[in-house]
Design a protein around this ligand. Structure first.
Ligand SMILES: C[S@@+](CC[C@H](N)C(=O)[O-])C[C@H]1O[C@@H](n2cnc3c(N)ncnc32)[C@H](O)[C@@H]1O
Length: 224
C-alpha cells in the first residue's frame, strides 16, 4: 500500500496578528465567520499577509485541494491501495478517508476546510476528514512504513520506476511531497525519510510530482 503525505502544507487559519486587517474583516463579514475562522489564502489576503513571516509561501490551500482531488480520484485509491495525509506547517494532520467525496468547486472546498479547522471533523453528518495535532515524524511513526521516500528537487537523482521496482504491493511504502510553493521543508526529514530523491532536474509543482508518483506506482503493480 502507498501512504502519500503532503508535508508542511501551507494550509492554516488566518493568524491572529493579521485578523484586524480590513481585507480579512471584509471577507469574514462576507462569509459570516470570525476573521480567525477563515482559511488563509494568499490570492485573497496577500496585502494583509505582507508582514507575516514566510509570507511568500503561506496561504496555499489550493495546493491541498489539487493534491486531494488527484489522489482520491486515482485508480490506486479506487483499488483501496492508497492512504492520504495532509501535514501542515503548524504540525496538524488531516486524515482523509479514502471514500471522501471532495467538493470539485474550490469555494465549497474552502467552506469544508473552514469547518474542519473549526471543529476537527467534517462534514458534520459523516466526518470523513479528521484534523489532529501530529508532527510529521509522529505521523510516519504511526504508519510504520517499510520505507519512507521524501521527494525534493535537491534529492539524489532517481528514476521513479527504479524507486518502486524493488518493493512488493504488500509492503507499506510512505512517499512525502512538500505541500508548499517555495523554499524548503520546515520539518526535519532526518530520521523520518530513508532517502530523499529528485525525479527530474528542474523544480516541479507538488501536483506534478504526485501525479508522477501515482502513475509510477500504479504501473509497477499493474493497476493501470
Ligand atoms: C514547488 S516544490 C517546493 C520547492 C522546494 N524547493 C523543494 O523542492 O523542496 C513542491 C514539492 O514538489 C516536490 N518536487 C519539486 N520538484 C521536484 C523534483 N525535481 N524532484 C522530486 N520532487 C520534486 C518536492 O516534494 C517539493 O517539496
Amino acid at each position: 500500500m502507498l501512504h502519500l503525505i503532503l508535508a508542511d502544507s501551507e494550509i492554516e487559519q488566518v493568524p491572529a496578528e493579521i485578523a484586524d486587517h480590513k481585507i480579512i474583516s471584509w471577507q469574514a463579514r462576507k462569509r459570516a465567520r470570525r476573521p480567525t475562522e477563515l482559511i488563509l489564502n494568499s490570492s485573497l489576503h496577500h496585502k494583509a499577509m505582507e508582514k507575516l513571516p514566510d509570507a511568500e509561501r503561506r496561504g496555499r490551500p489550493d495546493i491541498v485541494h489539487f493534491f486531494l482531488s488527484l489522489a482520491l480520484d486515482s485508480p490506486l485509491n479506487l483499488e483501496g491501495q492508497l492512504r492520504v495525509y495532509i501535514h501542515t506547517r503548524n504540525d496538524q494532520v488531516i486524515l482523509a478517508d479514502p471514500s471522501v467525496n471532495l467538493p470539485r468547486s474550490y469555494n465549497r472546498f474552502e467552506g469544508l476546510m473552514e469547518q474542519l479547522f473549526m471543529t476537527g471533523a467534517a462534514p458534520p453528518e459523516k466526518p470523513l476528514l479528521v484534523l489532529k495535532k501530529l508532527p510529521l515524524a509522529e505521523l510516519v511513526q504511526r504508519i510504520q512504513p517499510y520505507r519512507t521516500i521524501a521527494f525534493s528537487e535537491k534529492g539524489a537523482n532517481k528514476k521513479l520506476s527504479d524507486i518502486f521496482g524493488r518493493f512488493s504491493i504488500s509492503e507499506e511504502i510512505c512517499a512525502i511531497v512538500g505541500g508548499f510553493p517555495h523554499g524548503d521543508y520546515i520539518s526535519n526529514l532526518d530520521g523520518v525519510a530513508s532517502e530523499v530523491v529528485s525525479i527530474y532536474p528542474k523544480l516541479l509543482t507538488a501536483p506534478a510530482v504526485v501525479s508522477s508518483i501515482l502513475c509510477a506506482y500504479e504501473q509497477r503493480f499493474e493497476i493501470i
